[in-house]
Design a protein around this ligand. Structure first.
Ligand code: MG
Length: 341
């Protein structure tokens, strides 16, 4: 029996084990009533209701990234992409619309707000996901740090893809290079003079997911976006829920040279670093080539790779095959980087 922490700490919002435990102990306890579909207790990327012979998917996300502007994006682009991508991870890659609720600190620059709004508009256009309603609140100076943006999205789909659908033999596919977002935000936050281009991957990837689903159909067995906690957290959650083990072929991990160097400098494993424009997928072995080709044909999936396989042994664990040996990949309690999204 795990005990409850008396006070909330930064680790409780970091996407790792501490956050999942908090959600289980506080919110899942309160809202455990099962629904005909995917509910809170499933702790997936969103919820799903049966409507006729289709599914209505809903998901929500609040954004607090610091700094608000970073190489490759800003809090506005992040707020649209985060929600569009969570819908997509459920198999609902054609958003009907989004809501946008902002809480702004007194004294916030109007010009900055307009810049963020333009960025949201551009990302929404890219995703084909109109913002259709919202809410605006202002709090006093010092009562919050600048701005918080919440977005909620809804979409219909014919087939739900769960994060718990991995089966023995499935190939693990990642849609591109890992760690780009977290490293870009960290380098900006700490004013690191790092070599090369560190650019966030933040993007709505619903079109990329549509391409993968069109190519793979039912053979796409599971999806999750490796955001907070990185690829390591996403894989652990998928493996635990699916009751399979995962063996990752480490040399196959797509990783930019600049990100590898920066991660080394910061002493962080790229597997633990957040991504905001990537997906991890489970794909049946006979469809893996097909899905990979479809991903690589899309500009956001050029670096997609098959990085591992699901096995029956060591369920819930992620084994890293380094080429010279094997080791278990740890899941962090928190995340090395707070306020990353
Ligand atoms: Mg997600």
């Amino acid at each position: 029996m795990r005990t409850l922490d008396e006070r909330i700490a930064m680790k409780h919002g970091a996407g790792g084990r501490a956050m999942r435990t908090l959600i289980e102990q506080v919110f899942v306890e309160a809202f455990a009533a099962p629904i005909d579909g995917v509910g809170l207790a499933d702790m997936d990327d969103g919820a799903a209701f049966r409507v006729g012979d289709r599914w209505l998917v809903i998901t929500t996300d609040s954004h607090v990234v610091m700094p608000r502007f970073f190489p490759g994006g800003d809090i506005g682009r992040l707020a649209i992409s985060g929600t569009v991508n969570d819908l997509s991870m459920m198999g609902a890659a054609e958003p009907l619309g989004l809501t946008c609720a902002v809480v702004i600190e007194e004294g916030f620059s109007r010009e900055e707000l307009l810049t963020i709004e333009r960025s949201m508009r551009d990302a929404a256009r890219e995703a084909g996901a109109p913002v259709v309603t919202g809410d605006t609140k202002v709090m006093g100076r010092g009562e919050l740090d600048g701005i918080i943006i919440n977005t909620t999205g809804v979409a219909f789909c014919d087939r739900i893809v769960r994060d718990s659908g991995l089966r023995e033999g499935d190939r693990i596919v990642v849609t591109g290079t890992i760690g780009d977002h977290g490293i870009a935000v960290m380098s900006k936050r700490n004013d690191l003079a790092l070599e090369g281009d560190l650019v966030s991957d933040v993007a709505p990837i619903n079109a990329l997911v549509r391409a993968a689903l069109a190519a793979g159909g039912d053979a796409v067995t599971a999806m999750k976006d490796p955001t907070r906690g990185g690829l390591a957290s996403a894989l652990h959650e998928m493996a635990q829920k699916s009751k399979v083990g995962v063996v990752i072929d480490e040399p196959r991990l797509p990783l930019r040279t600049e990100v590898r160097a920066a991660a080394e400098l910061l002493g962080i494993d790229p597997m633990h670093i957040a991504n905001e424009g990537k997906a991890v997928m489970g794909v049946r072995p006979d469809a893996a080539d097909r899905v990979l080709a479809a991903l690589r044909a899309h500009p956001l999936g050029r670096d997609a790779a098959v990085i591992g396989v699901c096995v029956a042994e060591r369920t819930g664990s992620i084994v890293l095959d380094t080429g010279v040996g094997r080791r278990l990949l740890a899941e962090l309690d928190g995340e090395p980087m707070p306020r990353i999204c």
